[in-house]
Design a protein around this ligand. Sequence first.
Ligand code: PLP
Length: 398
Amino acid sequence: MDARFSRRMTAMQPSSIREILKVTEHPEIISFAGGLPAAELFPVDDVRTAADCVLSQLGSKALQYGVTEGVPALRSAIVREMAERGVSCGVEDILVTTGSQQSLDLIGKVFLDPGDTVLTENPTYLAAIQSFQCFEASFAAVPTDDDGIIPEAVDELASRLKARFLYVIPNFQNPTGRTLSAERRRALYEVACARDLVIVEDDPYGKLRYRGADVPPIKSWDEQGRVIYLSTFSKTVAPGFRTGWAVGSAEILSRLVIVKQAADLHTSSLDQLVLERYLRDFDNAAHVARIRAAYGARCAAMESSLAAFMPSGYEWTRPEGGMFLWVTGPGDLDTTALLPEALGENVAFVPGADFFPRGGGRECMRLNFSCSSPDLIEEGISRLARLCARVGEKAAAR
Ligand SMILES: Cc1ncc(COP(=O)(O)O)c(C=O)c1O
């Protein structure tokens, strides 16, 4: 058969994270590659009780089609959640999505024509690059430093390019773990106003802070309706619900609703109802506190293991939350080439190059700390460090 695939498929590559994850399912591999929350912390019993309650009280109503915008009671819970995060909005400002990943796809559909420019942090979330690539976007990668994206660099790029939007992950960024300061968030918003730019603020990790003080979302300053704020229950309850949300102006949200209707009519009613019941009947704040305590200890274990074992010439970020830490090696390191050797040592990471939309980053790697115990983290980092030392010795001997 000669299947006539669309033109866009020529530019689409399979995600190397997904390919790696297949290998890392072997139990002997210590994987810092995926981005999975810790399954042992999922509130299984509470979710079972919530599901029983929904099905016994609502019966067949819980299994019926629903409205595209989402279950009203869940949207009200999200409004309360947004108020806690410093954003005042109403139910009409919320669209429930099938994970925040779906928001990226819907935003691509609403904003991007082939060849349009998207501004992103450099590096940025791999699956956002893939999502916008589906719409044949081109990327302008904005320089970042230890404090995240540099607003002046956004201004400079936006003055030259007619970008459709800026995509940014201000809290505990994926992949670097860095957090954007309040001053920079404010400055970014001012640049966006001056350059008439939409900001897509993706915040899946904001609730997972282990140290330091919360920083208000960019959305909290948004008087002009130019920020689309995205979040999710994937990291604070469980990713299997595939339930996230977008907060946006009526002008933008109404268009997202049209394309969501075409994509999946609505996010699973049953998932939304069970989630809403779980949030109503159980103490999710206490649950998130348990996640924070566990991940904070894992992050600390990874930092101290890196300090104890890594050879000289390596640096890493010190995330204040989230699930990832970013390691930068010597300039001649190639982590894409290193990965097969690491798998041979039964340890895995994601090579940095995958996160750079316009190339670069070969000397970097992303390490996930949320789904391994501190003991496994220590063992995995010592394996990785031994390999890095060996590779460094070989390079020096050349
Ligand atoms: C930055 C970022 N955005 C979006 C997502 C997608 O999350 P969800 O499970 O809500 O689709 C992730 C998941 O890892 C992420 O890291």
